[in-house]
Design a protein around this ligand. Structure first.
Ligand code: ZN
Length: 229
């Protein structure tokens, strides 16, 4: 598929957040994103490999796709979960249950909902190109955490990687994309938690290897096109 770079956003420190899009007009788009938490390099790597393949595999039928390789670029460069304003971007989206309190500093949701430029850019894209399904790569313990109507996609991927599938990660996450996508856009969100290098003693390549076939097959599956109708 051929991707072109579309308008970019700016991080809090003024770095450019890249976004790429296929030249397919649609009412709903597939979003592939990573690096919302800047220290989760495993998820960034898996999306990079998937994106590299999507760009060169010309036999794929065109899909309306938007790719955000690294949302929290300042955090990625600094090796931090939070952005340069110490905000957890996955707690800063304007969900109805957003609160200015955090159980731990690493979950600091910001002074107000949607205070951060990285999320303002994301929401601007969502408003312009409506999301039909969002696949967001993170890193934690391996888990396929689905919110909204995408258990089918989680179960599809589980057949390949055997990661646990769950709609609830065990604690509330107000202001997260998993809460915001279904609430605001009626869009299902799969938070794809890659295993951590630190605890799973895998290389980045091994993490990609255990996900390569599942993700490539998913991209060609009707499960995706069904979400974009
Ligand atoms: Zn994360």
């Amino acid at each position: 598929m051929i991707f072109s770079e579309i308008e970019s956003g700016l991080t809090r420190e003024g770095n450019k957040i890249q976004a790429f899009k296929t030249d397919v007009k649609a009412t709903k788009y597939l979003y592939l994103m990573a690096g919302v938490h800047g220290d989760e390099v495993e998820g960034v790597y898996v999306l990079k490999e998937l994106f590299d393949w999507l760009k060169v595999e010309h036999s794929l039928k065109d899909l309306p796709i938007i790719v955000l390789p690294i949302v929290n670029l300042d955090g990625y460069r600094a090796g931090t979960r939070v952005n340069a304003h110490q905000v957890d971007l996955n707690r800063n989206l304007p969900t109805s249950d957003w609160k200015p309190v955090a159980t731990q500093p690493k979950y600091y949701p910001g002074p107000e909902a949607l205070s951060e430029p990285e999320n303002q850019f994301l929401v601007k894209l969502f408003d312009k190109y409506k999301p039909g399904f969002i696949l967001s790569f993170h890193t934690w313990k391996p888990i396929l955490n689905y919110n909204g109507d995408c258990e089918d996609i989680a179960l599809f991927l589980k057949k390949y990687n055997d990661y646990p599938v769950d709609s609830d990660i065990g604690y509330p996450t107000p202001g997260s994309l998993g809460a915001y996508g279904p609430e605001k856009y009626n869009c299902p969100v799969l938070t794809f938690e890659c295993p951590e290098l630190r605890t799973h003693k895998e290389t980045l390549k091994e993490i990609w290897d255990e996900n390569e076939k599942g993700l490539k097959d998913l991209m060609q599956s009707d499960l995706i096109t069904n979400k974009l109708k």
